[in-house]
Design a protein around this ligand. Structure first.
Ligand code: SF4
Length: 371
């Protein structure tokens, strides 16, 4: 573990023990390795973890409607979780008296600003993007500025030795003030700005790599149904085999270590359904979900018909499905735990007596597949 990782983990530990805000009792402290890259040049700051989003998944901006919108927007701009850093102005979910999401108050923003400031100092991003008025207010607590969201949206401002770009929150309520179309242009502005300051971007992985949904579409051309659990594990195994065989990952998927093994953030149910409308979902039990395709429709436009998937990739996916596709969930779990990236994580957990839930799984490769 390098010094930056050690310091970050120490900060996470402090946050997890924090009891400064009474209202946050019982909420998750959402600061862990799923923030994205610790070496990111760009940091996104949201308002607070959502009750159905990060407070539930532990992954910032993931699992609820705001998360889906955010993921769509970064994807549109050619960014992804492995080259950005994502956090919130307050790291716990504030709830109102009825248990619903509430807005953080000034005291909570002030309490948590020390952690935000520590994250900024540690990560040293060149660009900070605030999402919503409260995130912008949080930066004002750290170092004064006179920026107003309505007036300064989509502008680049010098603040605290870096560039601060105020944007609207991607939640449904904020969409009334700033449409999705406008927000797309906002994120494009951010991506263009990043390119401007970074003539040689480290990871141009956005649109040049294979689409995650294309791989899954191909999976459903081999077999009609998979459990949701299996989709995540098979996808991980495909990436793992690709790194072994070709030396690169096929996509820029962001895969994290969760309790039952690898979890691909790009494959949450909402995104899968949106990318592959033919998919049907059935709950087999509280935790086991089955995904299956509707009977083939002649007029259906499949991603595999629209986009080119090279033969050697198809062969690799066929092999993975043949070897692992009919395994039980327990068998699949065993198989992924035997792979080197998962063993590395388990070794570290054992050695350092920590759990690395939500940490990105390292494949130790430089590039993704270029088409
Ligand atoms: S919101 Fe921040 S300051 Fe408040 S309890 Fe959570 S971690 Fe602590």
């Amino acid at each position: 573990m390098n010094e930056l990782e050690l310091k970050f983990d120490e900060l996470c530990k402090n946050v997890h023990n924090c009891i400064l805000c009474h209202r946050m009792e019982g909420s998750q402290r959402v600061l862990n390795r799923s923030v994205g890259s610790l070496n990111a040049k760009i940091m996104f700051i949201g308002e607070a973890p959502g009750r159905l989003g990060a407070d539930d998944t532990g992954v910032p901006f993931h699992g609820d409607k705001s998360g889906h919108n955010f993921e769509e927007l970064i994807e549109f701009a050619g960014l992804n979780r492995s080259n950005i850093y994502i956090t919130n102005a307050v790291l716990c979910n504030p709830k109102d008296d009825t248990g619903n999401n509430s807005t953080p108050n000034t005291l909570e923003l002030t309490n948590c600003s020390k952690y935000l400031s520590e994250q900024i100092n540690l990560i040293c991003p060149e660009i900070i993007v605030t999402l919503g008025a409260n995130a912008l207010a949080a930066t004002n607590i750290i170092e004064r500025h006179s920026l107003i969201l309505k007036k300064h949206v989509r502008t680049a401002n010098v603040w605290n030795d870096r560039i601060l770009i105020p944007l609207y929150h991607p939640g449904q309520r904020a969409m009334m003030s700033r449409s999705m179309a406008n927000q797309r242009s906002d994120y494009q502005f951010v991506a263009d700005y990043l390119k401007k300051i970074d003539k040689k971007p480290k990871a141009q992985k956005g649109k040049s790599s294979l689409n995650v949904a294309l791989i899954v579409d191909y999976l459903f051309s081999i077999k009609d149904s998979y459990t949701y659990f299996a989709i995540h594990k098979l996808f991980y195994l495909i990436e793992y085999k690709s790194v072994q065989r070709f030396g690169y990952k096929l996509t820029n998927s962001y895969i994290i270590r969760q309790k039952d093994g690898p979890y691909v953030t790009d494959l949450n149910l909402y995104r899968l359904k949106k990318a592959l409308p033919y998919l049907q979902i059935r709950n087999l039990s509280q935790v086991n979900i089955l995904l299956f395709r509707q009977p083939y429709n002649l007029f259906e436009e499949r991603l595999i018909d629209k986009f080119f998937l090279p033969e050697e990739i198809k062969v690799l996916i066929d092999e993975v499905v043949q070897e692992y596709g009919n395994k039980s969930n327990a068998g699949l779990k065993r198989s992924v735990y035997f792979t080197q990236p998962m063993r590395n994580i388990l070794y570290k957990e054992n050695k350092d007596k920590i759990n690395m839930y939500n940490s990105p799984i390292e494949f130790n490769i430089e590039s993704t597949y270029k088409i």
